[in-house]
Design a protein. Structure first.
Length: 140
């Protein structure tokens, strides 16, 4: 067994010594420029309100238009903090009892995949996003 082990070590050392003139020279490019498709995402809050009066469970109604991208989700924010997300493309029932009474900046964001074929896209991590904002007054 020791003889076999010694022979194996000697073989690898000889192989290593015979490779003394090898150098690493990468050829070609390891990057690709990706042309982004002309995408467009539009969000319309129904009746285009500047202010949403909310109490209890409030329906947030909206319409979406997503062109040259694949719809992923709609996300809602109060004062910049994500409070909910859905894949429903028309309405969301928001329970305002989770929040204190007050005036908030309310944001609706639509997320979509571009499908560029990049590494991020292949792993489902490449998105485009468009948002619209209004004021939400919560009075529970």
């Amino acid at each position: 067994m020791l003889r076999y082990f010694s022979f194996t070590i000697l073989f690898f050392l000889l192989q290593l010594l015979s490779c003394n003139d090898l150098t690493y020279n990468p050829d070609g490019k390891n990057e690709n420029n990706i042309t982004l498709p002309a995408w467009e995402i539009e969000i319309y809050l129904v009746n285009n309100p500047d202010t949403i009066e909310a109490s209890g469970t409030t329906s947030i109604n909206y319409s979406l238009s997503v062109r040259n991208a694949e719809f992923n989700r709609v996300e809602f924010y109060l004062n910049g903090i994500s409070i909910a997300q859905t894949t429903n493309t028309q309405t969301y029932e928001l329970n305002t009892l989770r929040f204190g009474n007050g005036i908030y900046n309310f944001t609706v964001s639509v997320w979509a995949y571009l499908g560029t074929g990049s590494m991020a896209d292949l792993f489902g991590k490449e998105f485009v996003r468009n948002s619209t904002e209004c004021i939400m007054v919560i009075n529970n």
